[in-house]
Design a protein around this ligand. Structure first.
Ligand SMILES: NC(=O)c1ccc[n+]([C@@H]2O[C@H](COP(=O)([O-])OP(=O)(O)OC[C@H]3O[C@@H](n4cnc5c(N)ncnc54)[C@H](O)[C@@H]3O)[C@@H](O)[C@H]2O)c1
Length: 295
């Protein structure tokens, strides 16, 4: 029974009189809709945490990964396993130390990545803007240098990353997909957390997504955000170390009985980068273990 159904689906060719059916890349079979073969993806914040896991996701989907981070070196254990994976899959993985708040530095880094990608016949096709920072302080006492720093990295740095990625896609005259890692905190105020600057910065990322999506769609460039809930990484370890009682509050909203892991973002990110999401732009994909679904 199962095998008959599988055969019908794999051999299917639907006659279509819908003009848009001839235009969408989503005509391809489903595995191809999740493939990043012959494409290079740049990932900021890929020295550790969620970003380095997303680099693994890119490789696993058949793409080449170019990691960007302000850290001098990526986390050694994860990096060794990425190199192994790249080698066994005949793909490339590269690491570029770069501060995304410097326009000169991020534009040069992305140009280098794009030129190498063209030479390798796997053009830069996507960018994941994942670098971000967090700081907890009551709003009435918020240190202004901390507030400005969060805006500088999470808003200006993210904008510079996507601005220069879009310029490359336009110059190459290729389509491109940009995924920005925002946060559920861009839409809700986290109970018990005093993070006004971070929350405001992530709301700015959501609006940045909609703004550039309406400018760049005509060039075949798609822009979407992912809004994670609480993920266990160095960022949240720091928050929990300062205030361990927070974990109980977070777990109270965890409809699936656990916090997120960096790996929970692999499939959502690959989906947004690849052709399966070819009619999605200016949208937000919330991946939060159900946190925002209940009060
Ligand atoms: N951890 C969570 O619960 C959570 C929840 C929602 C959203 N997010 C978002 O996910 C993304 C990744 O977070 P994470 O938890 O992996 O944090 P992380 O601190 O482990 O990783 C962030 C990375 O960004 C890099 N970075 C910081 N400033 C930079 C700069 N100026 N230039 C280049 N790189 C820079 C850091 O060096 C680090 O490697 C962030 O945008 C964060 O806001 C995280």
């Amino acid at each position: 029974m199962g095998s008959i159904e599988e055969k019908v689906v794999s051999d299917i060719t639907l006659p279509s009189h819908i003009p848009e059916s001839a235009q969408t890349p989503s005509q391809a079979p489903v595995p191809r809709l999740f493939s990043l073969e012959r494409r290079t993806i740049a990932i900021t914040g890929a020295g550790r945490g969620v970003g380095i896991n997303l680099a693994a996701a890119v490789l696993e989907a058949g793409g080449h990964a170019a990691c960007i981070d302000v850290l001098p070196e990526p986390s050694p254990v994860e990096w060794a396993s990425l190199q192994k994976l790249a080698k066994s899959s005949n793909l490339t993985i590269s690491y570029h130390k770069c501060d995304i708040t410097s326009e000169e530095s991020i534009s040069e880094t992305l140009d280098t990545i794009a030129n190498e990608a063209l030479e390798a016949k796997a053009p830069l096709h996507g960018t994941i803007a994942c670098a971000g920072i967090q700081q907890k302080a009551p709003a009435v006492d918020y240190p202004m240098d901390g507030f400005r720093k969060i805006m500088e990295v999470n808003v200006t740095g993210t904008f510079l990353t996507i601005k220069h990625s879009a310029r490359i896609f336009m110059k190459q005259q290729t389509p491109g997909s940009i995924v920005m890692i925002a946060s559920m905190s861009g839409q809700i105020a986290n109970r018990g957390l005093t993070c006004t600057a971070y929350n405001s910065s992530k709301a700015a990322v959501h609006q940045m997504c909609r703004s550039v999506a309406q400018e760049w769609g005509q060039h075949g460039i798609r822009v979407n955000t992912i809004s994670p809930g609480y993920i266990r990484t160095a960022m949240t370890d720091e928050l929990l170390a300062a205030e361990p009682a927070l974990e109980k509050t977070w777990m109270a909203g965890a409809l699936l009985g656990r916090l997120g892991a960096p790996e929970d973002f692999k499939a959502p990110t690959v989906f947004l980068l690849a052709d399966g999401s070819s009619w999605m732009t200016g949208a937000d994909l919330r991946v939060d273990g159900g946190h925002c679904a209940s009060a």
